[in-house]
Write a protein that binds this ligand. Structure first.
Ligand code: ADP
Ligand code: ADP
Ligand code: ZN
Ligand code: ZN
Length: 749
């Protein structure tokens, strides 16, 4: 039972591979993007471990879970209970904070209920999610939202003309029908001519049955004013509609600190309870290192165990480099890297052993110095008696492996094999892209380009920035470095755009397009594909659209059916009628060359380049290849791309421009070191066209090629926020203060 034994794995592109993974060790999976790392680690090993756990559930749950994808593998033996730690951000809910997510807030509540003065109640009273503890004005959120009437209504219009400037309240929208059929208004009268009573009815009326509605009015339907309607549908709950209407909501809703609790979320009685002059909200507003000092000053007395528990939890966050966070920070404002580290700390605190931990690129968002911290944690997790699997590109993390499994040789169909299995020391001899990367000498930019003017930031002081002034050279590639939490994104993504709103920030956030969009539509190539099919077969173009006539009637073109598991995340399974293609079966009889439209959707970018006429397709497809995205399939849904893939995809839209200021946050995410070279040549091209690049990056190969470096630090949070170094790589290498300098020197040797 010392090994996990996998026999004949064939998931996605895996080539019937068999392997053994040692238990209680760290195994790192390397290989270019699309080589099959995730197919093996997540979709085969993780999925099978998950499935085996589900088998142990009662039959009710099991019945509901039986659709859970069964990995394509003959056998996996000796699996453990899996715990998957990915880059997904922690829950995006306003009631979740660093304190609640780490359970530290629960310990703090316990402490206040024991020794706080005056005594106000048991520990649950100190919770802002508990009706007895929450501030009644904001219900524990700390902020209040109001509808901004001037932005919501265009008073120069009538209801019929679209006076209510919100999607479903526009002419033809279902929410507007609730107003125009109410019988209350002259639907052609401009709002500015409404009487006071009409305004009141339109705006604020509480729910009631209208007196004389028109015939279209449904009998059971109640009338509600626009403001309470929006409050109920959008402000009081987290709905899917909230997400889709995010931009509109931003425009019509004003959010401000709750005037009653001043953002502290709790009612005044709870806030009156103090320890050494500080209430619980005051404690959660301290950075974690300051909170530790505060706790350590409390005389232990008979509550030593509560205090010890708190100290232990706070120390573990400090150990992992998150000392700068405050417990009241909402988890949905944390970066992916910060979220991931919080998940890790939670694991370290548990007493379970013999688990199978699976990490997805834990280096993301982390400076080499931060990586030292998480290396410690990962080793501790192993030493507690767990098995650790890591998918990773970062040399500093690959180094810690007890065993490396390198996948390749390439992506997609040309991948799915094991190229190397062994120690880090011998990896350089592997006949693979990873091997060739580790066997090559590392270089740095010895002839940096010089500035064509400057962008200037004066006295930046948001969050932790200490009134810093800095000049960012134009027309070259700038790299901004520093440990996580030092202030890089604050300076570049928040402060810089205040003076230069024309900046293009290319981030990893999800596309706003609908779930029906795929790679082809994003590249504006779907019309061209439909035209080819339509002219070849002499039928309507619309047949080849999953949004139109060609859609499978069962799944309405989505290719998947959602299964609502009520108490868990929804899961999706391929549609039974179209087997996932999303097309009506009869559409698939039409071919272009030897392929039908579903085959086209499964084609990779690389295959498509030689399949389609060059004139119409070459430009977009070769850009994708330049960005290392050759392995993506044309029909892949936009919502399935990883953060790094999304960001590189967004970059394809920038090459037409000159003289732009382009900001990129960690573009190397998810890229194999070999593909970083491609990314760098793409950057080169952007700069040659006259653009200015500002890249926030931890990857030492990218830092080494910068024309100009701005290093922020020295530490994180309040120990950061100053400029530690500005200059060329050559000068950075002889700098004595910057942590980045030390790591870069080590890397280049
Ligand atoms: P890596 O993790 O090494 O980047 P993946 O395991 O994600 O690689 O992908 C390996 C291959 O399998 C790629 O060609 C990818 O496009 C393909 N693939 C991944 N997920 C799916 C899927 N759900 N359906 C079909 N093919 C997939
Ligand atoms: P980096 O980009 O270098 O990782 P950030 O600019 O994200 O660092 O963070 C710098 C500091 O500002 C940190 O102390 C962080 O906790 C704080 N900070 C960042 N975003 C917010 C926010 N939305 N609210 C409060 N503090 C924030
Ligand atoms: Zn309040
Ligand atoms: Zn279907």
């Amino acid at each position: 039972m010392k090994e996990i034994i996998i026999t004949h794995a064939r998931q996605n592109n895996l080539k019937n591979i068999s392997l053994r993974i040692p238990k209680n060790k760290i195994t790192v999976f390397t290989g270019v993007s699309g080589s099959g790392k995730s197919s093996l680690v997540f979709e085969t090993i993780g999925a099978e471990a998950q499935r085996q756990i589900n088998e142990t559930q009662n039959s009710f749950i099991r019945n509901r879970l039986q659709h859970f994808g069964v990995p394509n593998v003959d056998k996996i033996e000796n699996l453990n209970v899996p715990f998957i730690i990915n880059q997904k951000r922690l829950g995006g809910n306003a009631r979740s904070t660093v304190g609640t997510a780490t359970d530290i807030y629960a310990s703090l509540r316990l402490l206040f209920s024991r020794i706080g003065k005056p005594f106000v109640g048991y520990s649950n009273v100190f919770s802002f999610n508990n009706p007895q503890g929450m501030c009644p004005a904001c219900e524990g959120l700390g902020y209040v939202q109001t509808v901004n009437i001037d932005c919501l209504f265009d008073k120069n219009k009538s209801l019929n003309e679209g006076a209510i400037q919100f999607p479903t309240f526009q002419p033809g929208g279902w929410r507007l029908s609730r107003y125009i059929h109410s019988g209350y208004f002259d639907n052609d009268k401009k709002l500015k001519d409404f009487t006071q009573d009409e305004w009141e009815l339109l705006l604020n009326a509480e729910e009631h049955t209208p007196r004389n509605p028109s015939e279209e009015w449904g009998k059971t339907v109640k009338y509600t004013g626009v403001i309470p309607r929006i409050e109920k549908s959008f402000l009081k709950k987290d709905s899917k509609e909230n997400l889709t209407r995010k931009e509109t909501l931003k425009r019509v809703i004003t959010t401000k600190e709750c005037p009653s609790c001043k953002g502290q979320r709790l009612n005044s009685k709870v806030l009156s309870c103090k320890i050494n002059g500080k209430n619980i909200a005051g404690c959660t507003a301290l950075s974690i290192d300051d909170l530790l000092s505060f706790i350590q000053e409390i005389p232990a007395g008979s509550y030593a165990s509560v205090i010890q528990e708190l100290e232990k939890k706070l120390l573990s966050l400090i150990d992992i480099g998150l000392q700068y966070l405050t417990l009241d920070r909402q988890t949905d404002t944390l970066s992916g890297g910060e979220s991931q580290r919080i998940k890790m700390v939670k694991q370290l605190g548990n007493s379970l052993v013999d688990l199978l931990y699976i990490f997805d690129e834990p280096s993301i968002g982390l400076h080499p110095k931060d990586i030292d911290h998480i290396v410690d944690i990962i080793r501790k997790i192993r030493d507690k008696g767990n098995t650790v699997l890591i998918v990773e590109h970062d040399p500093d993390l690959i180094k810690i492996a007890d065993l490396i499994i390198d996948m390749g040789p390439d992506s997609g169909k040309n991948g799915g094999e094991i190229m190397y299995q062994g120690t880090f020391r011998n990896l350089k001899n592997a006949k693979s892209k990873t091997g060739s990367y580790f066997s090559k000498a590392r270089t740095y930019n010895k002839s940096p380009r010089s500035a064509k003017g400057y962008l200037e930031i004066k006295n930046g002081h948001l969050y932790n920035l200490k009134n810093i002034s800095v000049r960012i050279p134009k027309g070259i590639m700038n790299v901004v470095t520093g440990v996580a939490g030092s202030g890089k994104s604050t300076l570049i993504n928040k402060v810089l755009p205040l003076s230069y709103p024309e900046i293009t920030v290319i981030d990893q956030s999800v596309f706003t397009a609908s779930s029906r969009s795929n790679l082809l539509t994003y590249l504006n190539l779907s019309d061209k594909v439909r035209k080819l099919f339509s002219t070849t077969n002499n039928v309507s173009e619309k047949l080849f659209s999953r949004n139109g006539e060609g859609a499978c009637p069962n799944c309405r073109g989505l290719g998947v059916e959602k299964i609502d598991l009520a108490f868990m995340d929804d899961i999706e399974q391929p549609c039974e009628v179209c087997h996932g293609s999303g097309f009506k079966p009869e559409v698939l009889q039409y071919q272009y060359k030897d392929k039908n439209i579903a085959d086209i959707m499964n084609m990779t970018v690389l295959e498509a380049l030689s399949f389609f006429p060059k004139s119409d397709f070459e430009h977009e497809l070769s850009l994708m290849i330049k960005l290392g995205l050759d392995y993506l399939t044309l029909g892949q849904r936009l919502d399935s791309f990883s953060g790094g893939e999304r960001q590189r995809l967004k970059l394809t839209k920038e090459l037409h421009h000159t003289d732009k200021i382009i900001v990129l946050d960690e573009p190397s995410t998810g890229l194999h070191p070999i593909d970083n070279e491609k990314l760098l040549s793409f950057f080169d091209e952007l700069v040659r066209q006259g653009n200015t690049l500002i890249v926030i990056e931890h990857n030492l190969d990218i830092i080494a090629q910068a024309d100009w470096i701005i290093d922020i630090g020295p530490g994180a949070g309040k120990s950061g926020g100053t400029i530690v170094f500005e200059g060329t790589v050559e000068n950075l290498l002889s700098d004595k203060h910057s942590a980045t300098s030390a790591y870069l020197k080590k890397h280049l040797n």
